[in-house]
Design a protein around this ligand. Sequence first.
Ligand SMILES: Nc1nc2c(ncn2[C@@H]2O[C@H](COP(=O)(O)OP(=O)(O)OP(=O)(O)O)[C@@H](O)[C@H]2O)c(=O)[nH]1
Ligand SMILES: [Mg+2]
Length: 249
Amino acid sequence: MVWDKIARLLEECDVVIEVLDARFPNETRSRKLEEMVRERGKDLIIVINKCDLVSRRKCEEAKRNIEREGIPVVLFSAKKRWGSRILRNEIRFIGLARGLDEVKAGVVGYANVGKSSLIYLLKGKGSAPAAPRPGFTRGLQWIRISRRIRLLDSPGIIPREEGDIRLALKGAYDITKLEDPELAALELIKMLPPRVLEVHYGIEAGETPEETLEALARKWNLLRKGGELDLDRAARRLLRDWQKGKLKV
Ligand SMILES: Nc1nc2c(ncn2[C@@H]2O[C@H](COP(=O)(O)OP(=O)(O)OP(=O)(O)O)[C@@H](O)[C@H]2O)c(=O)[nH]1
Ligand SMILES: [Mg+2]
């Protein structure tokens, strides 16, 4: 979703719920979005989702840092069903403060952070039209979660100014469309503490990211026709696991 579309979305809402990924709260925050919300005099709530994938300490620290800026923050996990009551109360509170009978809240954030999953948890029934790949939600869709609250689901923000590798590592870019998955996987390996890969996959990390990727390809028995390691497939498999949230950091 591009910026002029976001501007239109903002017009329709009283509150904006910016959803972040707990594994990289800073990188999935959009200052530009927050600025747009402020300019239009709307309320902002930040939800840190996927808290089940990081330590409690890291979640609390991220929450404190953002709250220092005067923005209310809710720690959340759509998977573990954490935080929905608190979030609903935050939204209601804003409705009361604004004297509204019905609050309209737009749920916005990078692709794949869990916007649709969050909405369907709040709704409390029905299966979530969510998917482990970015770019799943296409149009805007209003979903009523109670008599007083309506939520607007939206496609992920994809800032054109960011490269595809950086977006993929945040989970916000479709891996099948990456030009160079191997390069992205090497970046990911550099970013992760070696222990994470060692524990999850039972491999020994190499001296260099290349060696670690080779160790993974060996572990998974991924070979090309001539018998050499298929690093491209190993890279895609690692990136997919990462985007699906299989690795705990
Ligand atoms: N571990 C974990 N995974 C989650 C959580 N919330 C969502 N997911 C997973 O993250 C993936 C993306 O979820 P969606 O709800 O489709 O994300 P989205 O932000 O709506 O994505 P787009 O519509 O593509 O922008 C899915 O595989 C979800 O199962 C969570 O709290 N914890
Ligand atoms: Mg979605």
